[in-house]
Write a protein that binds this ligand. Structure first.
Ligand code: HEM
Ligand code: NAG
Ligand code: NAG
Ligand code: NAG
Ligand code: NAG
Ligand code: NAG
Length: 477
């Protein structure tokens, strides 16, 4: 019969065969270690226990509530340049992957260091530690555990470990409750939900040889009564949380909301207003509101872009298309205004109005596609489903309204010279005018002119039927 320990012995044998380092590192329950444990204001548990070895290795146990998309610790007192160990759930959702990273370039997210430097830091997960039987696994509703050895990890960041320090600074952070499951060491991270500092006493946690490694996880508090609880851990040889910050990425939802509102709602509504109210004024007001949304949304987008390595160079499809759309929105606004001014003077359709009418729908279409690219860039791929549904529903409503307005406002398409005159009696006194066969355009002109009850201006352009710019030209302010 296989008992748990038989399994461990077997596993250890297999692992030590494939990786000789394990054979050299028997568990030493008395290895010196320091423990830092805290519960964040968002009720997430975060614990890190480390045993430092003077050769640069770090034996590390770290865990957090499984709800956190990632959790990590860094050496030093600031994020910029700090060497870090960051862990998150594996693709299967039950494993935990840990990668060695460094935050380069201001305050953007830590990126994996790669494995091209043979002397660079290397993280090796340890599964065989009898003190951590569920090492490197995540339990739904419980905790996720990263447990392993980081080789050559003491000095790859901007701050080296000082083994004599009683207050060696560290930083830690947990990621927001968003879906992140990846086997890749360079999996993209979302901005932290909580971060802070702490210090550890290196003199109680440093070993002189690599033959001993830290006994982890951190001790349960006496209140746990010997049971292994997921939340009760004690700090030992370390400070409390220093300078903890709740953080949120408000700019991302704000950017998305403003851009989506502008392109899904405001701009299409503004286009319809021209038809419904026959008012350039309200059309202009709506589109200027839309442009203001886009302006603020753009500012937030640029601000966001600096947060992530993936967006810092402004070379993602979403950003490039977004910049083009942003510039074109202003061209479109300019065209609208110029056309309006010219039209008021000349009452003539110009190439400008045609461009304006062509560019508007194109711009909206491109922006709707760009929204989808945005969700992809932000790793919120699944948000594209509700987004797509909303866009489809709005598109159907918009197109229906547009078609309905088109038919309602197009008496010229009746082709009066081919229909029984009876049909026109309902139109009132003007019907007599069309008894003489005339061009559809001029008949429509008479209708509009003489019926009076309908918008007069709307009829004057009937000769342009089939011409996209009819509505824009039709209106008066
Ligand atoms: C003009 C039309 C644009 C639309 C419709 C749009 C829409 C969106 C949407 C829906 C998201 C996803 C938000 C989420 O997942 O909650 C997003 C993310 C983002 N957008 Fe835009 N956006 C536009 C333009 C821009 C521009 C011009 C920039 C910057 C130059 C930009 C930069 C970003 C960045 C950096 C993200 C986050 C990416 C990440 O988290 O990695 N966007 N956008
Ligand atoms: C955290 O947990 C405590 C006790 O379990 C509860 O009173 C508090 O409301 C929780 N806070 C949050 C933000 O969930
Ligand atoms: C899940 O993935 C991790 C990392 O790839 C692996 O170590 C672990 O064995 C996997 N667990 C299961 C149940 O497949
Ligand atoms: C650690 O770095 C030293 C030199 O600094 C190098 O000799 C050694 O091979 C490295 N170890 C690993 C595991 O990369
Ligand atoms: C490690 O060596 C240093 C001096 O090299 C000594 O001060 C320290 O006590 C030693 N630590 C342990 C745990 O043996
Ligand atoms: C950061 O992103 C750029 C692309 O924008 C990429 O070429 C580079 O390798 C990334 N840096 C790291 C350290 O991953």
């Amino acid at each position: 019969m296989f008992t748990q320990s038989t399994v461990f012995v077997l596993l250890a044998a297999i692992l030590s065969y494939s990786n000789p380092s394990f054979a050299l590192n028997p568990v030493d329950p008395n290895a010196p270690a320091a423990y830092f444990a805290t519960t964040t204001p968002t009720n997430a548990t975060y614990v890190v226990a480390m045993n430092f070895v003077r050769n640069g290795d770090i034996y590390i146990h770290m865990h957090s509530s499984t709800s956190c998309s990632w959790f990590g610790v860094g050496i030093g007192d600031q994020m910029d340049g700090a060497g870090m160990m960051i862990a998150y759930k594996a693709t299967n959702g039950t494993g935990v992957v840990t990668s060695v990273r460094r935050a380069s370039g201001g305050r953007s997210e830590p990126v994996w260091l790669g494995d091209h430097d043979p002397e660079g830091p290397r993280y090796e997960a340890i599964f065989t530690d009898q003190y951590a039987p569920v090492a490197n696994t995540a339990k739904k509703g419980g905790i996720q555990i990263s447990h392993g050895l980081c080789r050559n990890c003491s000095s790859f960041g901007s701050m080296k470990l000082d083994y004599t320090s009683k207050q060696q600074p560290f930083i830690f952070a947990i990621g927001p409750d968003s879906k992140l499951e990846s086997d890749e060491l360079d999996a993209p991270l979302r901005r932290h939900e909580f971060y802070g500092h702490f210090t550890m006493d290196m003199t109680v946690s440093t070993s002189n040889a690599s033959t001993t490694y830290g006994r982890v996880p951190a001790p349960n508090l006496p209140e746990a009564n010997g049971a292994v609880a997921d939340s009760l851990f004690a700090t030992q040889g370390a400070s409390e949380v220093l300078d903890g910050h709740e953080d949120s990425e408000w700019a991302l939802p704000a950017h998305a909301a403003l851009m989506c509102l502008a392109f899904v709602l405001v701009f299409p509504m503004g286009a319809l207003l021209l038809e419904i109210l026959q008012s350039v004024l309200w059309h202009g007001v709506a589109q200027i509101v839309g442009v203001l949304f886009v302006l603020v949304g753009f500012g937030l987008g640029v601000h966001l872009s600096h947060h992530y390595n993936r967006s810092r160079n402004f070379n993602s499809g979403h950003q490039v298309l977004g910049l083009i759309i942003f510039a074109t929105v202003f061209i479109q606004l300019g065209l609208g205004v110029i056309h309006h001014v010219i039209y008021r003077r000349t009452k003539q359709s110009t190439i400008i109005s045609k461009t304006h009418l062509f560019l508007g729908p194109l711009l909206i279409l491109l922006a709707l596609i760009n929204g989808g690219l945005g969700f992809d860039l932000a790793q919120n791929h699944h948000d594209n489903i509700p987004y797509g549904i909303v866009v489809a529903v709005v598109a159907i409503i918009f197109l229906t309204a547009r078609l309905w307005l088109l038919f309602k406002r197009r008496p010229s398409s009746y082709q009066p010279d081919r229909e029984s005159l009876e049909a026109y009696k309902t139109f009132g006194p003007g019907y007599q005018d069309i008894q003489t066969p005339v061009s559809a355009g001029s008949a429509a002109h008479h209708f509009g002119f003489e019926m009076g009850t309908h918008n007069t201006a709307g009829r004057q352009l009937a000769p342009h039927r089939g011409d996209m710019n009819r509505p824009a030209l039709a209106v008066k302010t």
